[in-house]
Design a protein around this ligand. Structure first.
Ligand SMILES: [Zn+2]
Length: 159
């Protein structure tokens, strides 16, 4: 029986093909086998994009059970400094966006209340004055938060 030769996909050299494996694509050199493994892993991850997501919870439970992160933080001060900086920034951003949400909500409530004061030609002077007050109020609020990024919220529906 003659052993067929195949070309290695990575180093492009001919190699004796093991007759038991039809799909062999690389030679036995360690660097080529490593490349083949990396390629296969990359393809597997492309075909299983949710793998990391589904593992995250299990990893977290594993780490907590062993006190992994406590130990890691004790032995890696540079990591701790960078991580604390990241956490402070994330907390600030979170607070900022919460403020923006609150301002946007108040603005929308004011707009809704302007809309709900029905414009009526026979409305008395008090009603018209009240409407003007609310509009000024709204514009003032809008202007005071104009340089921040307002969150996109839709107008609450009327009564
Ligand atoms: Zn090779």
């Amino acid at each position: 029986m003659t052993i067929k030769k195949k070309r290695c996909r990575f180093c492009r050299n001919w190699f004796p093909h093991d007759p038991r494996t039809e799909r062999q694509i690389c030679c036995e050199k360690p660097e080529c086998r490593k490349q083949r493994k990396i390629t296969a892993n990359r393809r597997w991850r492309l075909n299983n994009p949710d793998y990391d997501k589904s593992r995250a919870g299990k990893k977290r439970i594993w780490a907590r059970g062993r006190g992994y992160w406590r130990y890691y933080r004790q032995t890696h001060p540079a990591y701790v400094a960078a991580d604390n900086k990241r956490r402070r920034k994330a907390y600030k951003n979170h607070k900022f966006s919460a403020n923006q949400d609150a301002i946007a909500k108040i603005a929308l409530e004011k707009l809704a209340s302007i809309r709900d004061i029905i414009p009526n030609p026979s409305a008395n002077q008090d009603m018209i004055a009240r409407r003007g007050d609310v509009i000024v109020d709204y514009l003032f609020l809008k202007e005071s938060s104009a340089n921040r990024n307002a969150t996109d919220l839709s107008l609450p529906s009327g009564p």
